[in-house]
Design a protein around this ligand. Structure first.
Ligand code: HEC
Ligand code: HEC
Length: 195
Protein backbone atom coordinates (compact mmCIF):
# COMPACT_ATOMS: atom_id res chain seq x y z
CA UNK A 1 0.00 0.00 0.00
CA UNK A 2 2.88 2.35 0.84
CA UNK A 3 4.37 1.73 -2.60
CA UNK A 4 1.08 2.35 -4.37
CA UNK A 5 0.39 5.63 -2.66
CA UNK A 6 3.97 6.77 -3.22
CA UNK A 7 3.59 5.96 -6.92
CA UNK A 8 0.38 7.97 -7.10
CA UNK A 9 1.98 10.85 -5.24
CA UNK A 10 4.90 10.92 -7.65
CA UNK A 11 2.53 10.76 -10.62
CA UNK A 12 0.46 13.59 -9.16
CA UNK A 13 3.56 15.64 -8.40
CA UNK A 14 4.84 15.17 -11.95
CA UNK A 15 1.47 16.15 -13.35
CA UNK A 16 1.21 19.26 -11.22
CA UNK A 17 4.76 20.42 -11.83
CA UNK A 18 4.28 19.95 -15.55
CA UNK A 19 1.23 22.21 -15.27
CA UNK A 20 3.01 24.93 -13.37
CA UNK A 21 6.02 24.97 -15.67
CA UNK A 22 4.38 24.81 -19.04
CA UNK A 23 0.87 26.26 -18.87
CA UNK A 24 -1.35 28.72 -17.12
CA UNK A 25 -4.85 27.47 -16.31
CA UNK A 26 -7.65 28.60 -18.61
CA UNK A 27 -10.68 29.69 -16.53
CA UNK A 28 -13.00 30.02 -19.53
CA UNK A 29 -12.16 26.50 -20.70
CA UNK A 30 -12.67 25.29 -17.12
CA UNK A 31 -16.07 26.94 -16.99
CA UNK A 32 -17.10 25.32 -20.28
CA UNK A 33 -15.96 21.89 -19.10
CA UNK A 34 -17.79 22.40 -15.80
CA UNK A 35 -21.08 21.99 -17.71
CA UNK A 36 -20.42 18.29 -17.14
CA UNK A 37 -20.48 18.85 -13.37
CA UNK A 38 -23.49 21.15 -12.87
CA UNK A 39 -26.10 18.37 -12.71
CA UNK A 40 -24.50 16.98 -9.56
CA UNK A 41 -22.25 19.66 -8.01
CA UNK A 42 -24.81 22.44 -8.64
CA UNK A 43 -24.88 25.85 -10.31
CA UNK A 44 -21.73 27.81 -9.51
CA UNK A 45 -20.28 24.80 -7.70
CA UNK A 46 -22.89 25.01 -4.91
CA UNK A 47 -24.29 21.53 -4.37
CA UNK A 48 -27.99 21.15 -3.55
CA UNK A 49 -27.72 17.38 -3.41
CA UNK A 50 -27.17 15.08 -0.48
CA UNK A 51 -23.73 13.46 -0.29
CA UNK A 52 -22.35 15.55 -3.15
CA UNK A 53 -19.83 18.16 -2.04
CA UNK A 54 -19.84 21.80 -3.11
CA UNK A 55 -16.75 22.65 -5.15
CA UNK A 56 -17.08 26.46 -5.08
CA UNK A 57 -14.05 28.07 -3.48
CA UNK A 58 -12.43 24.68 -2.92
CA UNK A 59 -8.62 24.65 -3.10
CA UNK A 60 -7.33 24.37 -6.67
CA UNK A 61 -4.64 21.83 -5.81
CA UNK A 62 -7.01 19.74 -3.68
CA UNK A 63 -9.49 19.51 -6.57
CA UNK A 64 -6.79 18.51 -9.04
CA UNK A 65 -5.42 15.85 -6.69
CA UNK A 66 -8.84 14.34 -6.02
CA UNK A 67 -9.48 14.10 -9.75
CA UNK A 68 -6.13 12.38 -10.18
CA UNK A 69 -7.03 9.99 -7.34
CA UNK A 70 -10.39 9.19 -8.95
CA UNK A 71 -8.63 8.58 -12.25
CA UNK A 72 -6.03 6.34 -10.62
CA UNK A 73 -8.80 4.45 -8.82
CA UNK A 74 -7.33 5.10 -5.36
CA UNK A 75 -10.45 7.14 -4.61
CA UNK A 76 -13.52 5.28 -5.75
CA UNK A 77 -16.96 6.64 -6.52
CA UNK A 78 -19.49 5.28 -8.98
CA UNK A 79 -20.93 8.70 -9.84
CA UNK A 80 -17.50 10.23 -10.56
CA UNK A 81 -16.13 7.28 -12.55
CA UNK A 82 -17.80 7.98 -15.93
CA UNK A 83 -16.94 11.68 -15.56
CA UNK A 84 -13.28 11.25 -14.87
CA UNK A 85 -12.90 9.13 -17.99
CA UNK A 86 -13.84 12.22 -20.02
CA UNK A 87 -11.15 14.49 -18.54
CA UNK A 88 -7.57 14.98 -19.70
CA UNK A 89 -4.77 16.66 -17.71
CA UNK A 90 -5.54 20.06 -19.15
CA UNK A 91 -9.24 19.75 -18.23
CA UNK A 92 -8.24 18.84 -14.66
CA UNK A 93 -6.00 21.89 -14.38
CA UNK A 94 -8.66 24.22 -15.82
CA UNK A 95 -11.45 22.77 -13.64
CA UNK A 96 -9.35 23.18 -10.49
CA UNK A 97 -8.70 26.84 -11.27
CA UNK A 98 -12.32 27.48 -12.26
CA UNK A 99 -13.97 26.00 -9.14
CA UNK A 100 -11.36 27.60 -6.86
CA UNK A 101 -12.27 30.99 -8.35
CA UNK A 102 -15.97 30.71 -7.38
CA UNK A 103 -17.48 32.20 -4.21
CA UNK A 104 -17.49 29.54 -1.43
CA UNK A 105 -20.77 28.27 0.05
CA UNK A 106 -22.50 30.27 2.79
CA UNK A 107 -23.46 28.54 6.00
CA UNK A 108 -27.17 27.93 6.60
CA UNK A 109 -28.53 29.27 9.94
CA UNK A 110 -27.26 27.20 12.85
CA UNK A 111 -30.19 25.14 14.16
CA UNK A 112 -28.14 23.56 16.95
CA UNK A 113 -25.57 25.94 18.49
CA UNK A 114 -24.96 23.51 21.35
CA UNK A 115 -23.76 20.85 18.91
CA UNK A 116 -21.57 23.46 17.19
CA UNK A 117 -20.04 24.25 20.58
CA UNK A 118 -19.15 20.58 21.03
CA UNK A 119 -17.74 20.46 17.51
CA UNK A 120 -15.61 23.54 18.14
CA UNK A 121 -14.15 21.86 21.22
CA UNK A 122 -13.45 18.65 19.32
CA UNK A 123 -11.82 20.60 16.47
CA UNK A 124 -9.57 22.43 18.94
CA UNK A 125 -8.71 19.22 20.79
CA UNK A 126 -7.91 17.37 17.55
CA UNK A 127 -6.04 20.33 16.07
CA UNK A 128 -7.97 20.30 12.80
CA UNK A 129 -6.96 23.92 12.10
CA UNK A 130 -3.25 23.04 12.21
CA UNK A 131 -3.66 21.67 8.67
CA UNK A 132 -6.97 23.14 7.46
CA UNK A 133 -6.01 26.72 8.56
CA UNK A 134 -7.79 28.83 11.20
CA UNK A 135 -10.66 29.71 8.86
CA UNK A 136 -10.90 26.08 7.63
CA UNK A 137 -10.52 27.39 4.07
CA UNK A 138 -7.74 24.84 3.54
CA UNK A 139 -4.54 25.31 1.58
CA UNK A 140 -2.99 23.52 -1.39
CA UNK A 141 -3.75 19.79 -1.08
CA UNK A 142 -5.64 20.31 2.20
CA UNK A 143 -9.38 20.69 1.56
CA UNK A 144 -11.58 23.67 2.35
CA UNK A 145 -14.01 22.23 4.89
CA UNK A 146 -15.62 25.49 6.05
CA UNK A 147 -19.35 25.55 5.24
CA UNK A 148 -19.23 22.31 3.26
CA UNK A 149 -22.47 20.28 3.32
CA UNK A 150 -22.91 18.75 6.77
CA UNK A 151 -23.90 15.22 5.69
CA UNK A 152 -21.02 15.12 3.20
CA UNK A 153 -18.55 16.03 5.98
CA UNK A 154 -19.99 13.17 8.05
CA UNK A 155 -19.62 10.80 5.10
CA UNK A 156 -16.05 11.92 4.34
CA UNK A 157 -14.94 11.45 7.96
CA UNK A 158 -16.51 7.97 8.07
CA UNK A 159 -14.86 7.09 4.76
CA UNK A 160 -11.43 8.02 6.17
CA UNK A 161 -12.14 6.30 9.47
CA UNK A 162 -13.09 3.03 7.77
CA UNK A 163 -10.18 3.23 5.33
CA UNK A 164 -12.59 3.46 2.38
CA UNK A 165 -10.86 6.72 1.46
CA UNK A 166 -7.12 7.02 1.90
CA UNK A 167 -6.16 10.50 0.71
CA UNK A 168 -2.87 11.72 -0.60
CA UNK A 169 -0.84 13.37 2.12
CA UNK A 170 0.79 10.46 3.93
CA UNK A 171 -2.71 9.26 4.81
CA UNK A 172 -2.99 12.26 7.17
CA UNK A 173 -6.77 12.03 7.41
CA UNK A 174 -6.86 8.29 7.99
CA UNK A 175 -4.77 8.82 11.12
CA UNK A 176 -6.86 11.81 12.18
CA UNK A 177 -10.24 10.14 11.65
CA UNK A 178 -9.46 6.71 13.07
CA UNK A 179 -9.88 7.65 16.76
CA UNK A 180 -12.95 9.88 16.23
CA UNK A 181 -16.17 8.61 17.80
CA UNK A 182 -19.46 8.83 15.89
CA UNK A 183 -20.56 11.58 18.27
CA UNK A 184 -17.41 13.58 17.62
CA UNK A 185 -17.90 13.20 13.86
CA UNK A 186 -21.52 14.48 14.12
CA UNK A 187 -20.40 17.46 16.20
CA UNK A 188 -17.40 18.31 14.02
CA UNK A 189 -19.47 18.17 10.83
CA UNK A 190 -22.20 20.34 12.33
CA UNK A 191 -19.68 22.91 13.55
CA UNK A 192 -17.74 23.05 10.27
CA UNK A 193 -20.94 23.28 8.17
CA UNK A 194 -22.06 26.36 10.15
CA UNK A 195 -18.96 28.56 10.37
C1 HEC B 1 -23.29 12.04 -11.54
C2 HEC B 1 -22.95 12.98 -10.49
C3 HEC B 1 -21.60 13.68 -10.58
C4 HEC B 1 -21.10 14.39 -11.66
C5 HEC B 1 -21.74 14.62 -13.01
C6 HEC B 1 -19.83 14.94 -11.20
N1 HEC B 1 -19.58 14.57 -9.90
FE1 HEC B 1 -17.93 15.04 -8.80
N2 HEC B 1 -18.65 13.95 -7.24
C7 HEC B 1 -19.85 13.28 -7.23
C8 HEC B 1 -20.01 12.62 -5.95
C9 HEC B 1 -21.20 11.77 -5.50
C10 HEC B 1 -18.86 12.93 -5.18
C11 HEC B 1 -18.55 12.49 -3.74
C12 HEC B 1 -17.68 11.27 -3.80
C13 HEC B 1 -17.46 10.65 -2.44
O1 HEC B 1 -18.38 10.60 -1.64
O2 HEC B 1 -16.33 10.26 -2.19
C14 HEC B 1 -18.02 13.77 -6.03
C15 HEC B 1 -16.80 14.27 -5.64
C16 HEC B 1 -16.02 15.12 -6.41
C17 HEC B 1 -14.78 15.71 -5.99
C18 HEC B 1 -14.12 15.55 -4.62
C19 HEC B 1 -14.51 16.75 -3.79
C20 HEC B 1 -14.24 16.63 -2.32
O3 HEC B 1 -14.57 17.60 -1.61
O4 HEC B 1 -13.72 15.63 -1.86
C21 HEC B 1 -14.32 16.49 -7.01
C22 HEC B 1 -13.05 17.32 -7.03
C23 HEC B 1 -15.28 16.38 -8.08
N3 HEC B 1 -16.30 15.54 -7.68
C24 HEC B 1 -15.18 17.05 -9.28
C25 HEC B 1 -16.10 16.93 -10.32
C26 HEC B 1 -15.97 17.62 -11.58
C27 HEC B 1 -14.83 18.58 -11.91
C28 HEC B 1 -17.03 17.24 -12.35
C29 HEC B 1 -17.34 17.66 -13.77
C30 HEC B 1 -16.24 17.54 -14.73
C31 HEC B 1 -17.83 16.33 -11.56
N4 HEC B 1 -17.24 16.17 -10.33
C32 HEC B 1 -19.01 15.74 -11.98
C33 HEC B 1 -20.78 13.23 -8.24
C34 HEC B 1 -20.62 13.80 -9.49
C1 HEC C 1 -2.12 16.53 9.44
C2 HEC C 1 -2.96 17.42 8.67
C3 HEC C 1 -4.46 17.34 8.88
C4 HEC C 1 -5.17 17.39 10.06
C5 HEC C 1 -4.64 17.52 11.48
C6 HEC C 1 -6.57 17.32 9.69
N1 HEC C 1 -6.70 17.23 8.33
FE1 HEC C 1 -8.46 16.98 7.31
N2 HEC C 1 -7.43 16.81 5.57
C7 HEC C 1 -6.06 16.89 5.44
C8 HEC C 1 -5.70 16.60 4.06
C9 HEC C 1 -4.28 16.59 3.49
C10 HEC C 1 -6.90 16.35 3.37
C11 HEC C 1 -7.06 15.90 1.93
C12 HEC C 1 -6.88 14.41 1.98
C13 HEC C 1 -7.24 13.70 0.71
O1 HEC C 1 -6.55 13.89 -0.29
O2 HEC C 1 -8.24 12.94 0.73
C14 HEC C 1 -7.97 16.50 4.34
C15 HEC C 1 -9.32 16.30 4.05
C16 HEC C 1 -10.34 16.42 4.96
C17 HEC C 1 -11.75 16.23 4.66
C18 HEC C 1 -12.34 15.87 3.30
C19 HEC C 1 -12.87 17.11 2.64
C20 HEC C 1 -13.48 16.86 1.31
O3 HEC C 1 -13.99 17.84 0.73
O4 HEC C 1 -13.48 15.75 0.79
C21 HEC C 1 -12.44 16.45 5.82
C22 HEC C 1 -13.94 16.40 6.02
C23 HEC C 1 -11.46 16.77 6.84
N3 HEC C 1 -10.20 16.74 6.29
C24 HEC C 1 -11.78 17.09 8.16
C25 HEC C 1 -10.85 17.22 9.18
C26 HEC C 1 -11.20 17.35 10.57
C27 HEC C 1 -12.60 17.42 11.12
C28 HEC C 1 -10.02 17.40 11.27
C29 HEC C 1 -9.81 17.40 12.77
C30 HEC C 1 -10.53 16.33 13.48
C31 HEC C 1 -8.94 17.32 10.29
N4 HEC C 1 -9.49 17.21 9.05
C32 HEC C 1 -7.61 17.33 10.62
C33 HEC C 1 -5.16 17.16 6.45
C34 HEC C 1 -5.44 17.23 7.80
Amino acid sequence: MYKTSLGILLAAAALLSEFSVTHAADLEAGKAKAELCVGCHGENGLSQTENIPSLAGQQDQFIQWQLVFFRAGTRKNEAMQPIIEQLNNEDIRNLGAYFASLTPPKAPPDDNPELSQKGAQAAAGRRCASCHTDSYAGTKGVARIADQREEYLVKALHDYKSGQRVGGSQAAMTDVAYPLSNEEIEALAHYLAHL
